[in-house]
Write a protein that binds this ligand. Sequence first.
Ligand SMILES: Nc1ncnc2c1ncn2[C@@H]1O[C@H](COP(=O)(O)OP(=O)(O)OP(=O)(O)O)[C@@H](O)[C@H]1O
Ligand SMILES: [Mg+2]
Ligand SMILES: [Zn+2]
Length: 501
Amino acid sequence: MLVKVNTGNVHGVDAYRVVVEVDASRGGMPGYSLVGLPSARVTEGKVRVRAAILNSGYKLESRRVTVNLAPAELRKDTAAFDLPIALGTLGAYELLPPEAFAGRMALGELALDGGLRRVNGVLPVADLAHRLGMRELLVPRENAEEAAVVSGLQVRAASTLQEVARHLSGAEEIPLYVPGPEPPPASALLDLAAVKGQAGPKRALEIAAAGGHNLLLVGPPGSGKSMLARRLPSILPPLTFAEGLEVTRIYSVTGLLGTTGLIRERPFRAPHHTVSQAGLVGGGPGPRPGELSLAHNGVLFLDELLEFQRPTLEALRQPLEDRQISITRARASMSFPADVQLVAAMNPCPCGHRGDPRRTCTCSNGAIERYWSRLSGPLMDRIDLLLDVPAVSFEEMTGDAATECSADVRSRVIAARRRQENRPGPGRCNARLEPEQYDRDCAIDAGGHRILKTAVERMGLSARAMQRVVKVARTIADLGDAADIAAAHVAEAIAYRRLVM
Ligand SMILES: Nc1ncnc2c1ncn2[C@@H]1O[C@H](COP(=O)(O)OP(=O)(O)OP(=O)(O)O)[C@@H](O)[C@H]1O
Ligand SMILES: [Mg+2]
Ligand SMILES: [Zn+2]
């Protein structure tokens, strides 16, 4: 008897339909063959499937069993086909009615005792099931919350193969999975109020948040660079549902979702400087998304920027521009989203104390020059704000001056973002204005023009650097609710192109 079971296979952050065809015939040599470009991981499933079926109380006489994974031309590398293969085998042995498989999709890994284990990539498959109009999706219990993110899809979650088989035979229905209550919005985000003093850097952080600008923090050890960077998500606009879905997909296929459902906070990723190129931008076996994609719709923080391998940083160039990363493999190419706000931090010199009024820098001029020359030019071209983070004074650290909390700053950021979104065009914030939008939206008044001209001549700004200044000035104007960019906006933006030191 030939049986067909629907399942899905993940490709990038999407899934495509796979039909598991199982045939168990009485004639010929008994045996088991699996075709349809399976990886070793899928092939090994044979052992799990067999043991799981026997340990669930079913008896299988020897027959010639053939499993085909269609379409055959795409490589399949997942343990999630265990469940559909097991169900198909039970169907082929006439232990389940053939009509049980219509309109249903199933995925999950099997344990030898017949238990169901969580798998990666359930969200993209759930989305696929919904788009295909499947009436229900059968998943391991630990993946239920994730599957239930797709509204309008009926999810049934089980802990064992036997539960699923009894559901399909009509012996005992698995109740519809009801998602858990939405967690309270109050989150564990770090608050800007904890940072004493540092009015200048905080203002720059607000501008960066308001316009989506990339930022480099330069300052002596312990001045609070990491502290400031980690608080950027707390002043960014909250993640929308659509953005959250994109982020959740990436974590789902990477296997970092655990048993949770929708991700509701902007990601903040701070990879260590020893990270490999594949670890940072994605790749390796799978291929897997890298830190850059795990930071999608959030913040990628590169602390101790100069400690990163130069080629690793260079690999960021194109994806930072494209806001996605394409990985090509022999058989297929796939892309992962990578729309991040980049924040980097470094010391001003090898000893770290250059420009610090309380400590003397022990570095030679040559050493300082060599140190700065290690900064990758193309990466610096993608930084909009260069920022001095001086050591905090004793008075500021010990004083009890009230500091503004993140919620207040965030409300100004949201207001400025709203002004940007109200202007027509594809660029969602000033940092990613398209050329046409730039020409239309970045009108500068006469005073601003004069200042910009002087700065371009004195600082030798390239056309690209000048446009970055203007985009930052646009954001400063938006924070001040100004229609045109004025002299004060340009002047402040120019100040973020220069380090004092
Ligand atoms: N402005 C500040 N207000 C309150 N605490 C601060 C401030 N600046 C620094 N600190 C304290 O100093 C610690 C070190 O700060 P942080 O790690 O952010 O420094 P850093 O500039 O990243 O240093 P490094 O260059 O060594 O990485 C913080 O965890 C915090 O306890
Ligand atoms: Mg630090
Ligand atoms: Zn020094």
